[in-house]
Design a protein around this ligand. Structure first.
Ligand code: HPA
Length: 273
């Protein structure tokens, strides 16, 4: 990932959106893109038109950046994300965060679909991420130091800042959504885990497992953005239930949970429910 690539993406972004601005942004995980149905989209741009970003090759990720504005509140919504397992390196994952920095975003909500590991969780639960474990086996900050991402050795003690967690809990209260809390473990994917791996992740302290979010959280936090994270428990992780895992189950659960996710998001943005 090199600065000229980011700058190209930023110049397309600025040329398209002009002086539209918002201090909040959301990155939608698998099946989350429908949250914009309850928002007023003012202008949007396909990921495919943003150099270095490109279209997500995964069902449930629509691949569009939407600027939404309503009742004096504005927000950038990345409808979908790129994943490390798509094999194009870190650039497509880092570009949304770079654009957030360019656009003056101060608060970023990262959402995803995840497999529930914590036995107290149910399918359809929403979990506020309190911390993460990076089991991707790589890190988006590997490489020459670029000051845009803050200091060389960022402190990850509070990736999901207390202020961000409080704001999410407040939003959940307003939206009447009960949130679980827990540790999100990111694996490299694209395979789901084996039951033995899930038992291992549980021993290591994971409450939920997925294939995303952690890289964006690291980059955004390192660059000084307040990061919050929310996971939809779309299935029980492998070995916890006898059902085979499938991406259809993941997108099916997010579709059923959509009204909760939409209300929570509206409250987080500061809109009436
Ligand atoms: N494992 C990994 N990623 C996932 C899962 C899972 O069980 N569910 C949704 N994304």
């Amino acid at each position: 990932m090199t600065l000229p690539e980011y700058k190209q993406a930023a110049s397309v972004f600025h040329a398209h959106f002009g002086d539209l601005s918002a201090s909040k942004a959301v990155i939608c995980g698998s099946g989350w893109s429908g949250v914009t149905e309850k928002l007023k989209v003012v202008k949007s741009l396909s990921f495919a038109d943003i150099p270095g970003l490109g279209s997500p090759g995964v069902v449930g990720h629509s691949g569009e950046l939407a600027f939404c504005e309503e009742a004096g509140q504005s927000v950038w919504i990345f409808k979908g994300r790129r994943h490390f397992y798509e094999g194009e390196g870190w650039t497509p994952i880092a570009i949304p965060i770079y654009l957030c920095l360019q656009a003056g975003v101060k608060e970023l909500l990262l959402s995803n679909s995840a497999g529930a590991i914590n036995p107290a969780f149910a399918v359809g639960d929403l979990m506020m991420i309190t911390d993460h474990i990076n089991a991707i086996g790589d890190n988006p900050l590997v490489g020459p130091h670029q000051s845009v991402w803050g200091p060389r050795f960022p402190d990850l003690s509070y990736v999901y800042a207390r202020s961000g967690q409080e704001k999410l809990l407040d939003a959940a209260l307003q939206a009447g959504v009960s949130l679980k809390k827990g540790v999100y473990m990111a694996t490299r994917g694209p395979v789901y885990e084996t039951p033995a791996e899930v038992r291992a992740w549980k021993t290591l302290g994971a409450d939920a497992v997925g294939m995303s979010t952690v890289p964006e959280a690291i980059l955004a936090h390192a660059a000084g953005i307040t990061v919050s994270g929310i996971s939809c428990m779309t299935n029980f992780a492998a070995g916890i239930s006898s059902n085979p895992l499938s991406h259809e189950e993941v997108t099916g659960t997010t579709a059923r949970t959509m009204p909760l996710m939409q209300s929570l998001l509206k409250a987080w943005i500061g809109l009436p429910i």
